[in-house]
Unconditional design. Sequence first.
Length: 390
Amino acid sequence: MNQAPFSTSCIQISTAAIRSNIHFLRKTMGNKVCLSSVVKGNAYGHGISTYVPLAEAAGVTHFSVFSDEEAWQVKAVCRPSTEVMIMGQVSDSGLDWAIKNDVSFFVFDFARLDKTIARARFLGKAARIHLEIETGMNRTGFQLTALPTLLALLKQNKTHLVLEGLCTHYAGAESITNFVRVKQQIEQFKLAQAQFKQARLKVRRHHTACSAAALMYPETRMDMVRIGILQYGFWPSPEVKLRFLGPLEGAKTKADPLKRCMRWTSEVMSVQEVAAGEFIGYGTHYLAQKKMRVATVPVGYSHGYARSLSNQGRVLIGSHEAAVIGVVNMSLMLVDVTAHKHIQIGDEVVLIGKNGKKAITVASFGELSHQLNYELLTRMPLNIARKPVA
Ligand SMILES: *Cc1c(COP(=O)(O)O)cnc(C)c1O
């Protein structure tokens, strides 16, 4: 995308926060476990082209994405030696590209396996594949009953395939309500591992864990963990945070080791005085009960600031919290600065993130607008400039 050199808001990505989170993950997972940084959904909204080089600088050498399109975006900015893995969709033309560029990908059914073998044979280059096992999520993967056929095919086509991975994905490791199901999945995966072993088929890495599984079920870490949300400084769920950091009462809770990487800022566009008794903005959503001072911020729902934050949201201007008043417009919003006479045009406005001791958290933002951290982050619009900061 051709990006203009100006924008009404900016998403700052903190290099120090990324470094700190990656350090925490390495320490927690141990040195023997490969850390794959999951950057699907435009690096959970942080921007693939901004995030990938920063993660590499923090020591990451393996990235996971959902599609060939995202893999292409990672390859466009990553080091030549960095590994890229596709966990989901690969188009026909993407398949050739992936094989040629040593991008590995999940193979979860015979249709994809047949296609992969055919193209690898045609191109004269082995495809790097991860065999995904269906262990109970019932989304994608080979059933255990299909393994004898699969193993035979893999043996017959050895020259066309590099077995990079044996993997599965858990159906909700972030909630204890799924405990039995996840445990059953772990058992199913062990059965698949045993079949591979018995067939003497060596696979480079066994990997099953996302962020929540890696913390809640350490036995799922195996050779590699696929970490998304944690590296950006967010917990997969409040439950995982509580269970990892310790109880709320009694014993002292550990400090939160995660640092949020994203800070979304804009600036005051205009300031107005409004007389008591006047409605502010569209319609009758907000009535000035006293003489007020109102600042305009050039960010609206078209920029990803949810309309449901009308009369609800909060922003930081300097060290002051200011409330969103009236409805959020398409391209701007109004905030109450009555108590802060010194606030003026050009002052920085923090929509998400910290300023000094105060913070607008993604969680509070998400609760008010009824979105999950994951959803809110990945909905951060593509056309807002991402800027790395120290
Ligand atoms: C998204 C995804 C992950 C990472 O999930 P987080 O909860 O963000 O760590 C891991 N594995 C697969 C297959 C995924 O789709």
